[in-house]
Design a protein around this ligand. Structure first.
Ligand code: ADP
Ligand code: MG
Length: 235
């Protein structure tokens, strides 16, 4: 599934200022794309436009048969959100159910997955993120920071999106946990998922991604292979 972004702009204040301005790019099926840029450069705004959590002020996002555009009624928005799963910055604040199992099954139930599909699902995705079944009945509040983030990722993986977007997932983690998490994204990418990673970690960009988008002052400043970007750095 490819995502095509054409002249995308987004304003939080009716056009007084723009959080992203005139961004055009394409993200191809199976790619591992990193997004970098200073805080406030528009990274989080950009990714939320990809599955219509935010609707473009100007421009268009096309995902398969879905067209996202201002004033256009988007058909089957649930299906779109099931295809493109976003793990937010600090997803640990979004865990709210009594048990981890319930938290993980929240998305799948919302997307109306049936009983057979839900059977064993929480256990399976916990396993994928490196947590065992003993976590199923725990409260999210009993977990460490890194574990909470893994559970939040499991909750998105549970509805099996084709594209996984992760917004600064390793921020604040110790280096070993961060590397484990990057290896998880690598594995998911090898299994066929498109990965879009927002990060400040240039080592991760270089080591894991096929391509990097650099945001600067609300615009897409560069779109390059990581190696080319680093070779180009002093230019
Ligand atoms: P990044 O993720 O790169 O740090 P953001 O997309 O969060 O950047 O922010 C881009 C710009 O939009 C910033 O100027 C930020 O203050 C503004 N912004 C972000 N979220 C909101 C919001 N919910 N309401 C108003 N302005 C926002
Ligand atoms: Mg952000």
């Amino acid at each position: 599934m490819n995502i095509k972004v054409t002249n995308l702009s987004y304003s939080y204040n009716n056009g007084k200022s723009f959080a992203i301005k005139d961004v055009s790019t394409e993200i191809f099926d199976g790619e591992f794309v990193s997004i970098v840029g200073h805080t406030g450069s528009g990274k989080s705004t950009f990714i939320q436009n990809l599955n219509a959590l935010l609707v473009p002020t100007n421009g268009t996002v096309t995902v398969d048969e879905f067209t996202i555009e201002n004033k256009l009624k988007i058909k089957n928005i649930k299906q779109l959100r099931k295809k493109i799963g976003i793990v937010f910055q600090f997803p640990e604040y979004q865990l709210f159910e009594e048990t981890i199992e319930k938290d993980i099954l929240f998305g799948p139930k919302n997307f109306l997955m049936n009983k057979e599909e839900l059977e064993g699902l929480a256990s399976k995705v916990l396993n994928v993120v490196g947590l065992d079944d003993s976590f199923l009945q725990k409260s999210p509040f009993e977990l460490s920071g890194g574990e909470k983030r893994r559970v939040a990722i499991a909750g998105i993986l549970a509805f099996d999106p084709e594209v996984l977007i992760v917004d600064e997932p390793t921020a604040g983690l110790d280096p070993i946990s961060a590397n484990n998490m990057m290896e998880l994204f690598k594995k998911l990418n090898e299994m066929g998922k498109t990965i879009i990673l927002v990060t400040h970690n240039m080592d991760h960009v270089l080591q894991y991604s096929d391509r990097v988008l650099v945001f600067k002052d609300a615009t897409l400043h560069k779109n390059a292979r990581p190696i080319d970007l680093f070779n180009d750095f002093d230019a």
